[in-house]
Design a binder for this molecule. Structure first.
Ligand code: ADP
Ligand code: ZN
Length: 604
């Protein structure tokens, strides 16, 4: 997304203006103020003025004589002559001798113009620059002035805040957190028995599952102030500022107790301290301060700290020990029922057809997070507006799932006829293999309309419910289904294309997991060969075995995929007429539903 920003003038521009102003002041204004006007006259005038007793004050210097007239209105000056009787004559004429005729401009004005004004101008520029810098750094106003003030936003207690009913699904998390709500309503109930609430509660789960919402809901239900800050906001440019922000946050929170402090992305400060030289000093100091603060306040003060992270394994163990974040609440991706509920919660905010079947949509959107489901509902509403209707239909919802999963339809992508045939065979291959293997989920929809994500077509499979366990056969069939697209190309065209790259990746990942994590091969038995380091963010794997074993694992992975690929090929060869018939139908219609597919498949 391109942000449109008003063009900003470079800093040098402000400096130049300031310099010019100062120069002008020095050249024109200062001399006027510093020196009164002195007119130069010849020595004769001086003598005649002396004789006519017209001189008020006089001052004889080494190289000039400065004098005023009787009324002290004008100041004159003239050169010095060898004039022995001058002093006596001046005395006789009634002139007063003075040290200072040309008075310096008032010392205050001089001070003002030579020191205060420039200083003010430069402070002004400094302010301007610092504001610009902090704007660039994300609007923090804590850069140079008011260092390290906490920016935790205070959500004033309100009755219209988020409630648990706004968070759909996540029943276990809500149940766990409602204890906190109860405690905040009625602390004596707990303290009278001697029970103390955990100081910190860690919400753990993938992005977009509603962790922030849950924290807000706890505050909303308990009707207490809510401070929220993101872990990354603590980490500042200068060492020590993050720590001072933490101190500030806690002193604010203690004043407002009972209250809830929510730290999002706590892994930004709570990473394991490795103690290596050149480590991140600022982050470690901030973390130490956080630990100190958490130890510092007494139990039952009413300050409850909720924190969210999607990388719990990277957190410093000191943070997780009892007395700090000792309770961990998992906030997982929603299951089928949860997805339907989340869709309904968000559909309440838009106008919908009364007969939308949310469970079908939830089934199609398998694996989607709460945030993605919210996005799907919004996309559906936008689609309804675009097509000039005033309520959202089932079709809008279904199309928007595809938009969120695969991107918008590419209206003007032109596939050659041969390419389109290849794509049709490839996708039918996936779908047919999935349908023929009893263990695989039936297809919901196949389409060969290119999408902006780069997919030329895809097969949407749906789970008929929630799977918590998968058997070895199911996994193998899944791999066979991944390879079936390529297999169809081979069976029909005798050549292969680049279209299978994503399939290859998925199949390899599954096969590797079968061996290294699920212990599904005879050679390695139940020995863990790799561990998942990032389970909520895509899941990076790290191998934990010798290079020789690694080589064997690689060979075994190839073996599994090869076997399944051959299985898929045989399956498609044996059902060649079905493959052709289904592909022809798909080629003509471009999008077919699971029902249509099954009809053709079951037609004798
Ligand atoms: P997280 O903090 O886990 O990354 P958020 O709480 O910020 O996720 O959720 C982002 C958005 O997703 C929310 O504003 C909400 O619209 C939607 N959302 C996520 N989970 C749920 C849920 N369980 N119920 C309703 N809406 C949800
Ligand atoms: Zn494919």
């Amino acid at each position: 997304m391109n942000e449109v920003k008003s063009p900003k003038k470079p800093l040098i521009y402000y400096y130049a203006i300031a310099l010019i102003i100062l120069m002008l002041l020095n050249i024109f204004v200062m001399p006027q103020l510093m020196k009164p006007h002195v007119s130069e006259v010849d020595y004769g005038t001086f003598i005649s003025m002396t004789e006519s007793s017209d001189i008020g004050y006089v001052q004889v210097q080494d190289n000039q004589i400065i004098f005023t007239d009787k009324n002290e209105e004008n100041i004159y000056k003239t050169g010095v002559m060898d004039d022995p009787g001058l002093t006596e004559r001046l005395y006789n004429s009634g002139a007063k001798f003075s040290q200072e005729i040309v008075q310096e401009a008032s010392p205050i004005a001089a001070l003002f113009f030579s020191w205060i004004l420039p200083t003010l101008i430069f402070i002004g520029i400094g302010q301007l620059i610092s504001r610009r810098i902090t704007n660039k750094m994300g609007g923090s106003n804590s850069m140079m002035f008011g260092m390290g003030k906490s920016k935790a936003k205070i959500y004033v207690r309100s009755t219209s805040g988020i409630k648990f009913s706004d968070v759909a699904g996540e029943d276990e998390a809500k149940e766990n957190l409602s204890e906190i709500v109860d405690y905040l309503h009625n602390p004596e109930k707990y303290s009278s028995i001697g029970a103390s609430m955990p100081k910190g509660i860690l919400l753990v789960g993938p992005p977009g599952t509603g962790k922030t919402m849950l924290a807000k809901a706890v505050a909303g239900e308990s009707n207490v102030p809510f401070f929220s800050i993101s872990g990354s906001e603590f980490v500042e440019m200068f060492v020590g500022m993050g720590a001072s922000k933490v101190r500030d946050l806690f002193s604010q929170a203690k004043e407002k107790a009972p209250c809830i402090v929510f730290i999002d992305e706590i892994d930004a400060i709570g990473k394991k301290r490795d103690g290596q030289p050149g480590g991140n000093d600022e982050r470690e100091q901030t973390l130490n301060q956080l630990l100190t603060e958490m130890d510092g306040f007494e139990e039952n003060t009413g300050v409850i700290i909720l924190a969210a992270t999607n990388r719990p394994e990277s957190l410093d163990p000191a943070l997780l020990r009892p007395g700090r974040f000792d309770r961990r609440v998992p906030v997982e991706l929603p299951d089928l029922k949860g997805r339907a509920e989340i869709l309904k919660v968000h559909a309440r905010k838009i106008k919908t057809d009364p007969n939308i079947d949310y469970s079908t949509i939830a089934r199609m959107a398998s694996g989607a997070s709460g945030a993605e489901l919210a996005n799907i509902v919004n996309e559906a509403a936008l689609r309804a507006v675009r097509s000039g209707r005033n309520s959202v239909t089932q079709a809008d919802m279904e199309e928007s799932i595809e938009v969120v999963i695969a991107g918008y339809q590419k209206k003007n992508a032109i596939l050659s006829d041969r390419e389109k045939r290849i794509v049709a065979y490839h996708e039918t291959g996936h779908a047919l293999a999935a349908a023929l293997q009893t263990h695989s989920a039936p297809v919901q929809k196949i389409t060969i309309i290119p999408r902006t994500s780069g997919a030329l077509g895809y097969t949407m499979q749906i789970d008929e419910g929630n799977h918590y366990l998968m058997s070895k056969e199911e996994l193998e069939n899944k791999i066979a289904t991944y390879t079936a697209g390529r297999a169809a190309e081979e069976v029909v065209f005798g050549s292969v294309t680049t279209g299978a790259s994503n399939d290859i990746e998925q199949a390899t990942k599954l096969a590797r997991a079968m061996i290294a994590r699920y212990g599904m091969s005879e050679d390695f038995d139940m020995v863990a060969m790799e561990s998942v380091t990032n389970q909520y963010l895509g899941g990076d794997n790290s191998l934990a075995c010798s290079p020789e074993t690694q080589a064997k694992i690689d060979a075994a992975v190839v073996d599994i995929v090869k076997t399944q690929h051959q299985k898929a090929r045989k399956l498609l060869e044996a059902n060649r007429e079905k493959l052709d018939a289904l592909t022809l139908y798909l080629y003509e219609k471009e999008t077919i539903t699971g029902d249509e597919f099954m009809q053709i498949l079951n037609k004798e």
